[in-house]
Design a protein around this ligand. Structure first.
Ligand code: GAR
Length: 216
């Protein structure tokens, strides 16, 4: 059942988090919420992998979890259908992808209400196959001097929707994928909560591919 407009306006926004791995991004949300720095409530965590440590983090904090394991579905379509049902069951106001490593399509229902973080400066080093460590390996291999983190709205393509915030990170001569990932993830931990704060405050206006940040 759809919640009515009055509920939507008076409640703390209901955020659903989608993960596939360690869940450091999820942990950052939990810590920020506990510190009073992120005005949302995490109503659930959906994982595409049974062994995702993020599930343990969620359970430790009493957050409901749902496992929709990619490998239990014969086709991507069936997997995606199960994901859509799991998402709808939580009635989220917004969805934060937090290291969710599978393609997910839910049509128009949550348009401009799904956010993702990518560990590079989109449109560089993104798209199919470029996720997690593969991104940092490709950045180092390319000789790029600058990389960073991007938070964007999700659309129908990988790492493609309108960009909300970015933060640049320098690539050092002696960087390994691990050392670079560490600094990029520190940037992610700053800009992801900030993008969510702006979103829930209604301060993001999407104009074509650009996102305008409205003044207070
Ligand atoms: C994060 O660095 C995130 O940017 C990346 O996965 C990591 C998740 O870590 N996401 C992508 O590459 C998506 N294209 P976590 O499981 O510890 O939160």
């Amino acid at each position: 059942m759809e919640r009515n407009i009055v509920d939507t306006m008076t409640e703390t926004p209901r955020m659903l988090v989608m993960i596939s791995g360690g869940g450091t991004t999820l942990q950052n949300f939990i810590d920020r919420i506990d510190a009073g720095q992120l005005p949302v409530r995490i109503v659930g965590v959906i994982s595409s992998r049974a062994d995702a440590y993020g599930l343990v983090r969620a359970e430790k904090h009493g957050i409901p979890t749902t496992l929709v394991a990619r490998k239990e579905y014969a086709t991507w379509e069936k997997f995606n259908q199960a994901l859509c049902e799991a998402v709808n069951a939580y009635e989220p106001d917004l969805i934060a992808m937090a290291g969710f490593m599978s393609l997910f399509r839910i049509g128009k229902r949550y348009e401009r209400r799904i956010l993702n973080v990518h560990p590079a400066l989109i449109p560089a080093f993104c798209g199919k196959g470029l996720y997690g460590h593969h991104v940092h390996e490709a950045v180092i291999e390319s000789g790029a001097r600058i990389t960073g983190a991007t938070v964007h709205y999700v659309d129908e393509e990988y790492d493609h929707g309108p960009i909300i915030l970015q933060k640049a990170v320098e690539v050092l001569d002696n960087d390994t994928p691990d050392t670079l990932a560490e600094r990029v993830q520190a940037a992610e931990r700053e800009i992801y909560p900030e993008a969510i704060r702006l979103h829930v405050a209604g301060r993001l206006k999407v104009e074509g591919r650009r996102v305008r940040i409205l003044p207070l």
